[in-house]
Write a protein that binds this ligand. Structure first.
Ligand code: FAD
Length: 455
Protein backbone atom coordinates (compact mmCIF):
# COMPACT_ATOMS: atom_id res chain seq x y z
CA UNK A 1 0.00 0.00 0.00
CA UNK A 2 1.26 3.50 -0.76
CA UNK A 3 1.66 6.07 2.05
CA UNK A 4 -1.27 8.05 0.67
CA UNK A 5 -3.49 4.95 0.60
CA UNK A 6 -2.43 4.07 4.15
CA UNK A 7 -3.33 7.59 5.32
CA UNK A 8 -6.71 7.42 3.62
CA UNK A 9 -7.39 4.07 5.22
CA UNK A 10 -6.44 5.43 8.65
CA UNK A 11 -8.80 8.36 8.07
CA UNK A 12 -11.61 6.00 7.16
CA UNK A 13 -11.00 3.69 10.10
CA UNK A 14 -11.01 6.53 12.61
CA UNK A 15 -14.37 7.69 11.27
CA UNK A 16 -15.81 4.18 11.53
CA UNK A 17 -14.27 3.34 14.91
CA UNK A 18 -17.62 2.27 16.43
CA UNK A 19 -18.39 -0.20 13.60
CA UNK A 20 -16.95 -3.75 13.61
CA UNK A 21 -13.81 -3.88 11.49
CA UNK A 22 -11.26 -6.61 10.84
CA UNK A 23 -7.66 -5.72 10.07
CA UNK A 24 -5.90 -8.97 10.99
CA UNK A 25 -4.16 -9.88 7.69
CA UNK A 26 -5.02 -13.59 7.78
CA UNK A 27 -8.72 -12.86 8.46
CA UNK A 28 -8.78 -10.16 5.79
CA UNK A 29 -7.14 -12.59 3.37
CA UNK A 30 -9.84 -15.20 4.06
CA UNK A 31 -12.62 -12.68 3.59
CA UNK A 32 -11.06 -11.38 0.37
CA UNK A 33 -11.52 -14.60 -1.58
CA UNK A 34 -14.34 -16.76 -2.92
CA UNK A 35 -14.56 -20.02 -4.90
CA UNK A 36 -12.50 -18.59 -7.80
CA UNK A 37 -10.21 -21.65 -7.50
CA UNK A 38 -12.75 -23.81 -9.39
CA UNK A 39 -11.12 -22.19 -12.40
CA UNK A 40 -7.43 -22.87 -13.08
CA UNK A 41 -7.38 -19.62 -15.05
CA UNK A 42 -8.75 -17.51 -12.19
CA UNK A 43 -6.58 -19.34 -9.67
CA UNK A 44 -3.55 -18.02 -11.44
CA UNK A 45 -4.96 -14.49 -11.73
CA UNK A 46 -6.60 -13.89 -8.35
CA UNK A 47 -4.95 -15.83 -5.55
CA UNK A 48 -2.92 -12.84 -4.27
CA UNK A 49 -5.73 -10.27 -4.34
CA UNK A 50 -6.67 -8.79 -0.98
CA UNK A 51 -8.76 -6.02 0.54
CA UNK A 52 -7.16 -3.75 3.13
CA UNK A 53 -9.88 -3.98 5.76
CA UNK A 54 -13.18 -5.77 6.33
CA UNK A 55 -16.03 -3.71 7.73
CA UNK A 56 -19.09 -5.51 9.09
CA UNK A 57 -22.03 -3.10 9.48
CA UNK A 58 -24.88 -4.03 11.81
CA UNK A 59 -27.61 -2.05 10.06
CA UNK A 60 -28.40 0.16 7.09
CA UNK A 61 -27.26 3.35 8.82
CA UNK A 62 -23.83 1.79 9.28
CA UNK A 63 -23.80 0.76 5.61
CA UNK A 64 -24.47 4.39 4.72
CA UNK A 65 -21.62 5.57 6.94
CA UNK A 66 -19.19 3.13 5.32
CA UNK A 67 -20.33 4.22 1.85
CA UNK A 68 -19.91 7.89 2.83
CA UNK A 69 -16.42 7.29 4.21
CA UNK A 70 -15.34 5.39 1.07
CA UNK A 71 -16.64 8.23 -1.12
CA UNK A 72 -14.92 10.87 1.02
CA UNK A 73 -11.56 9.04 1.03
CA UNK A 74 -12.00 7.67 -2.52
CA UNK A 75 -11.35 4.14 -1.35
CA UNK A 76 -12.62 1.09 -3.29
CA UNK A 77 -15.57 -0.72 -1.73
CA UNK A 78 -16.37 -4.35 -2.54
CA UNK A 79 -19.52 -5.89 -1.08
CA UNK A 80 -19.33 -9.43 0.24
CA UNK A 81 -22.20 -11.76 1.10
CA UNK A 82 -20.95 -15.21 2.04
CA UNK A 83 -18.16 -15.31 -0.58
CA UNK A 84 -19.47 -18.42 -2.36
CA UNK A 85 -19.33 -16.89 -5.84
CA UNK A 86 -17.30 -18.75 -8.45
CA UNK A 87 -15.63 -16.10 -10.56
CA UNK A 88 -13.88 -13.87 -8.07
CA UNK A 89 -16.98 -11.68 -8.14
CA UNK A 90 -16.36 -10.39 -4.62
CA UNK A 91 -12.55 -10.48 -4.71
CA UNK A 92 -11.25 -6.90 -4.43
CA UNK A 93 -8.85 -6.24 -7.30
CA UNK A 94 -7.74 -2.84 -6.02
CA UNK A 95 -7.68 -3.36 -2.25
CA UNK A 96 -9.81 -1.05 -0.13
CA UNK A 97 -12.82 -1.92 1.99
CA UNK A 98 -14.65 -5.23 1.99
CA UNK A 99 -18.18 -4.59 3.19
CA UNK A 100 -19.36 -7.84 4.76
CA UNK A 101 -23.14 -8.03 5.00
CA UNK A 102 -23.71 -10.97 7.35
CA UNK A 103 -25.15 -8.89 10.22
CA UNK A 104 -28.02 -7.61 8.09
CA UNK A 105 -29.80 -10.93 8.50
CA UNK A 106 -33.41 -10.28 9.45
CA UNK A 107 -36.74 -11.18 7.85
CA UNK A 108 -38.48 -7.80 7.77
CA UNK A 109 -41.90 -9.27 6.98
CA UNK A 110 -43.36 -12.31 5.29
CA UNK A 111 -46.87 -13.09 4.15
CA UNK A 112 -48.37 -15.73 1.81
CA UNK A 113 -46.44 -15.50 -1.47
CA UNK A 114 -44.15 -12.60 -0.50
CA UNK A 115 -41.25 -11.77 1.79
CA UNK A 116 -39.03 -8.80 2.49
CA UNK A 117 -35.66 -9.53 4.05
CA UNK A 118 -32.32 -7.90 4.74
CA UNK A 119 -29.68 -8.61 2.12
CA UNK A 120 -27.21 -10.47 4.34
CA UNK A 121 -29.66 -13.18 5.41
CA UNK A 122 -28.81 -16.70 4.34
CA UNK A 123 -31.23 -18.29 1.89
CA UNK A 124 -31.93 -21.26 4.17
CA UNK A 125 -32.79 -18.86 7.01
CA UNK A 126 -35.51 -17.26 4.88
CA UNK A 127 -37.09 -20.68 4.27
CA UNK A 128 -36.88 -21.59 7.94
CA UNK A 129 -39.07 -18.59 8.64
CA UNK A 130 -41.52 -18.78 5.72
CA UNK A 131 -42.04 -22.57 5.73
CA UNK A 132 -43.87 -22.16 9.02
CA UNK A 133 -46.66 -20.60 6.95
CA UNK A 134 -46.29 -23.04 4.03
CA UNK A 135 -44.11 -20.95 1.68
CA UNK A 136 -40.49 -21.00 0.53
CA UNK A 137 -38.14 -19.15 -1.81
CA UNK A 138 -38.75 -19.93 -5.47
CA UNK A 139 -35.19 -20.77 -6.40
CA UNK A 140 -31.84 -21.11 -4.69
CA UNK A 141 -28.28 -21.94 -5.58
CA UNK A 142 -26.97 -25.23 -4.26
CA UNK A 143 -25.05 -23.07 -1.75
CA UNK A 144 -28.47 -22.42 -0.19
CA UNK A 145 -27.26 -23.11 3.37
CA UNK A 146 -24.40 -20.60 3.26
CA UNK A 147 -25.10 -18.01 0.55
CA UNK A 148 -26.90 -14.71 1.22
CA UNK A 149 -29.91 -13.46 -0.70
CA UNK A 150 -28.03 -10.23 -1.59
CA UNK A 151 -25.12 -12.24 -3.02
CA UNK A 152 -27.49 -14.49 -4.94
CA UNK A 153 -29.28 -11.53 -6.53
CA UNK A 154 -26.07 -9.59 -7.24
CA UNK A 155 -24.02 -12.57 -8.39
CA UNK A 156 -26.12 -15.67 -9.02
CA UNK A 157 -28.47 -16.79 -11.73
CA UNK A 158 -30.79 -19.56 -10.57
CA UNK A 159 -30.65 -23.09 -9.29
CA UNK A 160 -32.87 -25.48 -7.37
CA UNK A 161 -36.41 -24.42 -8.29
CA UNK A 162 -35.43 -22.98 -11.71
CA UNK A 163 -37.01 -25.99 -13.42
CA UNK A 164 -40.36 -24.49 -12.42
CA UNK A 165 -39.78 -20.78 -11.90
CA UNK A 166 -37.02 -19.91 -14.38
CA UNK A 167 -34.12 -17.70 -13.38
CA UNK A 168 -33.54 -14.52 -11.41
CA UNK A 169 -33.52 -12.52 -14.65
CA UNK A 170 -37.13 -13.51 -15.33
CA UNK A 171 -39.55 -10.69 -14.58
CA UNK A 172 -41.39 -11.37 -11.32
CA UNK A 173 -38.65 -13.29 -9.54
CA UNK A 174 -37.30 -10.17 -7.77
CA UNK A 175 -39.94 -7.66 -6.75
CA UNK A 176 -38.02 -4.92 -4.99
CA UNK A 177 -34.50 -3.90 -3.94
CA UNK A 178 -33.38 -1.23 -1.50
CA UNK A 179 -30.00 0.16 -2.42
CA UNK A 180 -27.47 2.47 -0.78
CA UNK A 181 -25.44 4.71 -3.10
CA UNK A 182 -21.72 5.42 -2.73
CA UNK A 183 -21.49 9.20 -2.45
CA UNK A 184 -20.39 11.63 0.25
CA UNK A 185 -24.03 11.70 1.29
CA UNK A 186 -25.31 8.26 0.37
CA UNK A 187 -28.94 8.02 -0.70
CA UNK A 188 -31.30 5.14 -0.17
CA UNK A 189 -33.23 4.11 -3.27
CA UNK A 190 -36.13 1.67 -3.60
CA UNK A 191 -36.14 -0.05 -6.99
CA UNK A 192 -39.24 -1.87 -8.19
CA UNK A 193 -40.42 -3.45 -11.42
CA UNK A 194 -37.81 -3.67 -14.16
CA UNK A 195 -35.64 -1.19 -12.25
CA UNK A 196 -34.40 -4.12 -10.15
CA UNK A 197 -32.33 -5.19 -13.17
CA UNK A 198 -30.15 -2.11 -12.69
CA UNK A 199 -28.66 -3.93 -9.73
CA UNK A 200 -29.39 -7.64 -10.14
CA UNK A 201 -26.47 -9.64 -11.52
CA UNK A 202 -24.32 -6.50 -11.53
CA UNK A 203 -21.77 -8.01 -9.13
CA UNK A 204 -22.16 -5.19 -6.60
CA UNK A 205 -21.04 -2.58 -9.15
CA UNK A 206 -24.24 -0.55 -9.03
CA UNK A 207 -25.08 -0.04 -5.39
CA UNK A 208 -25.19 -1.81 -2.06
CA UNK A 209 -28.34 -3.87 -1.65
CA UNK A 210 -29.66 -3.69 1.90
CA UNK A 211 -33.15 -5.14 1.47
CA UNK A 212 -34.78 -7.52 -0.96
CA UNK A 213 -38.43 -8.25 -1.68
CA UNK A 214 -39.08 -11.62 -3.31
CA UNK A 215 -42.04 -13.74 -4.30
CA UNK A 216 -42.43 -17.10 -2.59
CA UNK A 217 -43.58 -20.52 -3.79
CA UNK A 218 -45.78 -23.09 -2.08
CA UNK A 219 -43.55 -25.28 0.12
CA UNK A 220 -44.51 -28.83 -0.86
CA UNK A 221 -42.98 -31.76 0.98
CA UNK A 222 -40.19 -32.55 -1.49
CA UNK A 223 -39.23 -36.21 -1.81
CA UNK A 224 -35.65 -36.85 -2.97
CA UNK A 225 -34.93 -39.67 -5.41
CA UNK A 226 -32.08 -40.97 -7.50
CA UNK A 227 -32.93 -42.75 -10.72
CA UNK A 228 -30.22 -44.87 -12.38
CA UNK A 229 -30.14 -46.00 -16.00
CA UNK A 230 -28.53 -49.19 -17.37
CA UNK A 231 -24.80 -48.60 -18.05
CA UNK A 232 -24.98 -49.98 -21.59
CA UNK A 233 -27.31 -47.12 -22.64
CA UNK A 234 -24.77 -44.41 -21.72
CA UNK A 235 -26.05 -40.94 -20.79
CA UNK A 236 -28.81 -40.31 -23.32
CA UNK A 237 -31.67 -42.33 -21.73
CA UNK A 238 -31.05 -40.37 -18.51
CA UNK A 239 -31.00 -37.05 -20.42
CA UNK A 240 -34.23 -37.92 -22.30
CA UNK A 241 -35.92 -38.85 -19.05
CA UNK A 242 -34.83 -35.51 -17.54
CA UNK A 243 -36.16 -33.62 -20.54
CA UNK A 244 -39.50 -35.47 -20.37
CA UNK A 245 -39.86 -34.87 -16.64
CA UNK A 246 -39.02 -31.18 -17.01
CA UNK A 247 -41.73 -30.86 -19.67
CA UNK A 248 -44.31 -32.85 -17.63
CA UNK A 249 -46.35 -29.92 -16.34
CA UNK A 250 -48.56 -32.10 -14.13
CA UNK A 251 -45.63 -33.30 -12.02
CA UNK A 252 -44.43 -30.83 -9.36
CA UNK A 253 -40.67 -30.71 -9.23
CA UNK A 254 -37.86 -28.61 -7.89
CA UNK A 255 -34.71 -30.33 -9.14
CA UNK A 256 -33.74 -32.45 -12.15
CA UNK A 257 -29.97 -32.89 -12.09
CA UNK A 258 -28.52 -35.28 -14.69
CA UNK A 259 -25.09 -36.89 -14.54
CA UNK A 260 -23.18 -39.04 -17.00
CA UNK A 261 -20.89 -41.70 -15.59
CA UNK A 262 -18.21 -41.31 -14.12
CA UNK A 263 -19.51 -38.16 -12.40
CA UNK A 264 -21.57 -40.25 -9.91
CA UNK A 265 -18.36 -42.03 -8.90
CA UNK A 266 -17.21 -38.72 -7.35
CA UNK A 267 -20.28 -38.51 -5.06
CA UNK A 268 -18.57 -40.22 -2.11
CA UNK A 269 -21.43 -39.91 0.43
CA UNK A 270 -23.87 -41.52 -2.06
CA UNK A 271 -21.57 -44.23 -3.34
CA UNK A 272 -23.48 -47.12 -1.76
CA UNK A 273 -26.57 -46.23 -3.81
CA UNK A 274 -25.07 -45.58 -7.23
CA UNK A 275 -24.60 -48.55 -9.56
CA UNK A 276 -21.18 -48.75 -11.25
CA UNK A 277 -21.29 -47.29 -14.77
CA UNK A 278 -24.82 -45.81 -14.53
CA UNK A 279 -25.89 -42.32 -15.48
CA UNK A 280 -28.14 -40.93 -12.75
CA UNK A 281 -30.87 -38.32 -12.30
CA UNK A 282 -31.06 -36.60 -8.91
CA UNK A 283 -34.60 -35.42 -8.29
CA UNK A 284 -36.65 -33.34 -5.87
CA UNK A 285 -40.32 -34.00 -6.59
CA UNK A 286 -43.42 -33.19 -4.52
CA UNK A 287 -44.60 -36.23 -2.61
CA UNK A 288 -48.05 -35.82 -4.16
CA UNK A 289 -46.47 -36.31 -7.64
CA UNK A 290 -44.67 -39.57 -6.89
CA UNK A 291 -47.19 -41.86 -8.60
CA UNK A 292 -46.98 -40.22 -12.05
CA UNK A 293 -43.23 -39.80 -11.57
CA UNK A 294 -42.77 -43.55 -11.05
CA UNK A 295 -44.78 -44.20 -14.23
CA UNK A 296 -42.49 -41.87 -16.19
CA UNK A 297 -39.40 -43.54 -14.73
CA UNK A 298 -40.72 -46.97 -15.81
CA UNK A 299 -41.46 -45.66 -19.30
CA UNK A 300 -37.84 -44.49 -19.63
CA UNK A 301 -36.25 -47.67 -18.29
CA UNK A 302 -34.90 -46.09 -15.11
CA UNK A 303 -34.57 -47.66 -11.69
CA UNK A 304 -35.09 -45.85 -8.40
CA UNK A 305 -31.97 -46.52 -6.33
CA UNK A 306 -32.53 -43.90 -3.61
CA UNK A 307 -35.86 -42.73 -2.28
CA UNK A 308 -36.34 -40.47 0.73
CA UNK A 309 -39.51 -38.84 1.97
CA UNK A 310 -39.36 -35.11 2.58
CA UNK A 311 -39.07 -35.76 6.31
CA UNK A 312 -36.18 -38.19 5.86
CA UNK A 313 -34.47 -35.87 3.37
CA UNK A 314 -34.67 -32.95 5.82
CA UNK A 315 -32.67 -34.94 8.38
CA UNK A 316 -29.95 -36.45 6.21
CA UNK A 317 -28.07 -35.82 2.99
CA UNK A 318 -29.62 -33.21 0.68
CA UNK A 319 -29.43 -34.16 -2.99
CA UNK A 320 -29.38 -30.44 -3.73
CA UNK A 321 -25.81 -30.47 -2.45
CA UNK A 322 -24.80 -32.75 -5.33
CA UNK A 323 -26.47 -30.60 -7.97
CA UNK A 324 -25.58 -27.38 -9.79
CA UNK A 325 -22.06 -26.31 -8.88
CA UNK A 326 -21.91 -28.69 -5.95
CA UNK A 327 -21.31 -31.36 -8.58
CA UNK A 328 -18.07 -29.56 -9.46
CA UNK A 329 -17.21 -29.33 -5.76
CA UNK A 330 -17.51 -33.12 -5.29
CA UNK A 331 -15.55 -33.88 -8.45
CA UNK A 332 -12.77 -31.45 -7.55
CA UNK A 333 -12.50 -32.78 -4.02
CA UNK A 334 -11.40 -36.10 -5.57
CA UNK A 335 -9.46 -34.69 -8.53
CA UNK A 336 -8.45 -30.99 -8.31
CA UNK A 337 -7.52 -31.06 -11.99
CA UNK A 338 -11.18 -31.08 -12.90
CA UNK A 339 -12.86 -27.82 -13.77
CA UNK A 340 -16.16 -26.93 -15.45
CA UNK A 341 -18.17 -25.11 -18.09
CA UNK A 342 -21.43 -23.18 -17.83
CA UNK A 343 -23.66 -23.52 -20.87
CA UNK A 344 -27.22 -23.20 -22.09
CA UNK A 345 -28.52 -25.53 -24.78
CA UNK A 346 -31.05 -24.39 -27.36
CA UNK A 347 -34.52 -25.93 -26.95
CA UNK A 348 -34.67 -29.37 -28.56
CA UNK A 349 -36.82 -32.17 -27.20
CA UNK A 350 -34.62 -34.73 -28.95
CA UNK A 351 -31.43 -33.37 -27.36
CA UNK A 352 -29.39 -33.92 -30.52
CA UNK A 353 -26.78 -31.36 -29.54
CA UNK A 354 -26.43 -32.86 -26.06
CA UNK A 355 -25.85 -36.24 -27.68
CA UNK A 356 -23.33 -34.87 -30.15
CA UNK A 357 -21.27 -33.11 -27.48
CA UNK A 358 -21.48 -36.08 -25.11
CA UNK A 359 -20.10 -38.36 -27.82
CA UNK A 360 -17.66 -35.84 -29.35
CA UNK A 361 -15.75 -35.02 -26.15
CA UNK A 362 -16.03 -38.42 -24.48
CA UNK A 363 -14.07 -38.59 -21.25
CA UNK A 364 -12.59 -35.07 -21.60
CA UNK A 365 -15.91 -33.27 -20.97
CA UNK A 366 -18.29 -35.15 -18.70
CA UNK A 367 -21.95 -34.33 -19.16
CA UNK A 368 -23.72 -32.70 -16.23
CA UNK A 369 -27.06 -31.07 -17.02
CA UNK A 370 -29.61 -29.19 -14.91
CA UNK A 371 -33.09 -28.78 -16.32
CA UNK A 372 -34.55 -25.27 -16.14
CA UNK A 373 -37.49 -23.39 -17.57
CA UNK A 374 -36.40 -20.70 -20.03
CA UNK A 375 -38.86 -18.60 -22.02
CA UNK A 376 -41.63 -21.09 -21.17
CA UNK A 377 -39.70 -24.12 -22.39
CA UNK A 378 -37.89 -26.91 -20.55
CA UNK A 379 -34.23 -26.80 -21.51
CA UNK A 380 -30.96 -28.20 -20.20
CA UNK A 381 -28.17 -26.02 -18.91
CA UNK A 382 -24.78 -27.66 -18.63
CA UNK A 383 -22.18 -27.45 -15.90
CA UNK A 384 -20.03 -29.99 -17.68
CA UNK A 385 -16.96 -31.30 -15.88
CA UNK A 386 -13.77 -30.76 -17.85
CA UNK A 387 -10.48 -32.63 -17.46
CA UNK A 388 -8.20 -29.60 -17.58
CA UNK A 389 -5.00 -29.73 -19.57
CA UNK A 390 -4.22 -26.20 -20.79
CA UNK A 391 -5.97 -22.85 -20.96
CA UNK A 392 -5.78 -23.00 -24.77
CA UNK A 393 -7.59 -26.33 -24.79
CA UNK A 394 -10.19 -25.05 -22.35
CA UNK A 395 -10.88 -22.10 -24.66
CA UNK A 396 -11.00 -24.43 -27.65
CA UNK A 397 -13.63 -26.57 -25.89
CA UNK A 398 -15.75 -23.50 -25.16
CA UNK A 399 -15.39 -22.19 -28.75
CA UNK A 400 -16.45 -25.58 -30.11
CA UNK A 401 -19.61 -25.51 -27.99
CA UNK A 402 -20.40 -21.99 -29.21
CA UNK A 403 -19.82 -22.99 -32.81
CA UNK A 404 -22.41 -25.74 -32.36
CA UNK A 405 -24.99 -23.27 -31.02
CA UNK A 406 -24.51 -23.71 -27.27
CA UNK A 407 -24.42 -20.50 -25.24
CA UNK A 408 -21.35 -20.37 -23.01
CA UNK A 409 -21.38 -18.28 -19.81
CA UNK A 410 -17.64 -18.39 -19.36
CA UNK A 411 -16.83 -19.18 -15.70
CA UNK A 412 -13.10 -18.58 -16.24
CA UNK A 413 -13.20 -14.79 -16.26
CA UNK A 414 -13.71 -12.11 -13.59
CA UNK A 415 -14.92 -9.57 -16.16
CA UNK A 416 -18.70 -9.11 -16.13
CA UNK A 417 -19.00 -8.76 -19.90
CA UNK A 418 -16.97 -11.88 -20.63
CA UNK A 419 -19.20 -14.11 -18.50
CA UNK A 420 -22.87 -14.86 -18.97
CA UNK A 421 -24.20 -11.46 -19.99
CA UNK A 422 -21.67 -10.58 -22.77
CA UNK A 423 -22.51 -6.88 -22.38
CA UNK A 424 -23.13 -4.75 -19.34
CA UNK A 425 -26.82 -3.85 -19.38
CA UNK A 426 -26.96 -0.15 -20.47
CA UNK A 427 -29.43 0.47 -17.63
CA UNK A 428 -26.72 -0.68 -15.24
CA UNK A 429 -24.11 1.60 -16.80
CA UNK A 430 -26.39 4.65 -16.52
CA UNK A 431 -27.37 3.71 -12.98
CA UNK A 432 -23.73 3.28 -11.97
CA UNK A 433 -23.06 6.88 -13.03
CA UNK A 434 -25.82 7.97 -10.65
CA UNK A 435 -25.03 5.80 -7.66
CA UNK A 436 -21.26 5.36 -7.84
CA UNK A 437 -19.92 8.55 -9.45
CA UNK A 438 -16.33 7.86 -8.42
CA UNK A 439 -16.36 4.26 -9.67
CA UNK A 440 -15.45 2.87 -6.25
CA UNK A 441 -17.67 -0.21 -6.25
CA UNK A 442 -15.82 -3.45 -7.03
CA UNK A 443 -13.39 -1.77 -9.45
CA UNK A 444 -11.80 -3.75 -12.28
CA UNK A 445 -14.74 -6.06 -12.97
CA UNK A 446 -16.29 -4.28 -15.97
CA UNK A 447 -14.73 -3.22 -19.25
CA UNK A 448 -17.62 -0.91 -20.12
CA UNK A 449 -17.11 1.30 -17.09
CA UNK A 450 -13.33 1.24 -17.27
CA UNK A 451 -13.57 2.16 -20.96
CA UNK A 452 -15.74 5.17 -20.08
CA UNK A 453 -13.55 6.20 -17.15
CA UNK A 454 -10.41 6.28 -19.28
CA UNK A 455 -12.13 7.83 -22.37
P1 FAD B 1 -20.86 -13.42 -2.75
O1 FAD B 1 -20.04 -14.47 -3.37
O2 FAD B 1 -20.38 -12.88 -1.44
O3 FAD B 1 -21.08 -12.21 -3.75
C1 FAD B 1 -21.47 -12.42 -5.07
C2 FAD B 1 -21.49 -11.07 -5.80
O4 FAD B 1 -22.55 -10.27 -5.27
C3 FAD B 1 -20.22 -10.24 -5.60
O5 FAD B 1 -19.96 -9.50 -6.76
C4 FAD B 1 -20.57 -9.28 -4.46
O6 FAD B 1 -19.82 -8.07 -4.54
C5 FAD B 1 -22.04 -9.05 -4.72
N1 FAD B 1 -22.84 -8.79 -3.51
C6 FAD B 1 -22.98 -9.60 -2.44
N2 FAD B 1 -23.85 -9.05 -1.57
C7 FAD B 1 -24.25 -7.86 -2.10
C8 FAD B 1 -25.12 -6.82 -1.68
N3 FAD B 1 -25.78 -6.87 -0.52
N4 FAD B 1 -25.27 -5.73 -2.48
C9 FAD B 1 -24.60 -5.64 -3.67
N5 FAD B 1 -23.78 -6.60 -4.12
C10 FAD B 1 -23.60 -7.70 -3.35
N6 FAD B 1 -24.87 -19.83 -8.21
C11 FAD B 1 -26.09 -19.98 -8.77
O7 FAD B 1 -26.65 -19.01 -9.28
N7 FAD B 1 -26.71 -21.19 -8.77
C12 FAD B 1 -26.16 -22.28 -8.19
O8 FAD B 1 -26.80 -23.34 -8.15
C13 FAD B 1 -24.87 -22.16 -7.62
N8 FAD B 1 -24.26 -23.23 -7.06
C14 FAD B 1 -23.03 -23.08 -6.47
C15 FAD B 1 -22.42 -24.19 -5.85
C16 FAD B 1 -21.15 -24.06 -5.28
C17 FAD B 1 -20.53 -25.25 -4.62
C18 FAD B 1 -20.49 -22.81 -5.32
C19 FAD B 1 -19.15 -22.63 -4.70
C20 FAD B 1 -21.10 -21.71 -5.91
C21 FAD B 1 -22.37 -21.82 -6.49
N9 FAD B 1 -23.03 -20.72 -7.05
C22 FAD B 1 -24.26 -20.87 -7.64
C23 FAD B 1 -22.45 -19.39 -6.94
C24 FAD B 1 -22.84 -18.69 -5.59
O9 FAD B 1 -22.85 -19.63 -4.54
C25 FAD B 1 -24.21 -18.05 -5.61
O10 FAD B 1 -24.35 -17.15 -6.67
C26 FAD B 1 -24.53 -17.36 -4.27
O11 FAD B 1 -25.86 -16.98 -4.28
C27 FAD B 1 -23.67 -16.16 -3.97
O12 FAD B 1 -24.06 -15.67 -2.72
P2 FAD B 1 -22.96 -15.09 -1.70
O13 FAD B 1 -23.70 -14.54 -0.53
O14 FAD B 1 -21.93 -16.10 -1.39
O15 FAD B 1 -22.38 -13.92 -2.59
Amino acid sequence: MTIVAAEKLQGLLSELADIETITDPSEVAKLSLDFYHYSPVLSRQLSDKRGDVVVRPANEQEVQRVAAACAKWRLPLTVRGAGTGNYGQCIPLAGGVILEMSKLNQVIWAKPGLARVQAGIKLAAIDKHTREMGWEIRMAPSTYRTATIGGFIAGGSGGIGSVTYGQLLDRGNILGLRVVTVEEEPRILELRGDDVFKVSHAWGLTGIITEVEIPLAPAYPWAELIVAFPPEGGFMPCARFGQALAAADGILKKLISLHAWPIPSYFAPLRGYLPEGSAVALLMVAECSLEPLLELIREHGGQVVYNKTAQEAAKGISLGEFSWNHTTLHCRSVDPNLTYLQSIFPPDRELKLVQHLYEYFGDEVLMHLEMIRLGGQAIPVGLQIVRFTTEERLNEIMRYHEAQGVFIANPHTFILEEGGRKVMDPRQVRFKEEVDPYGLLNPGKTRTWQGRASA
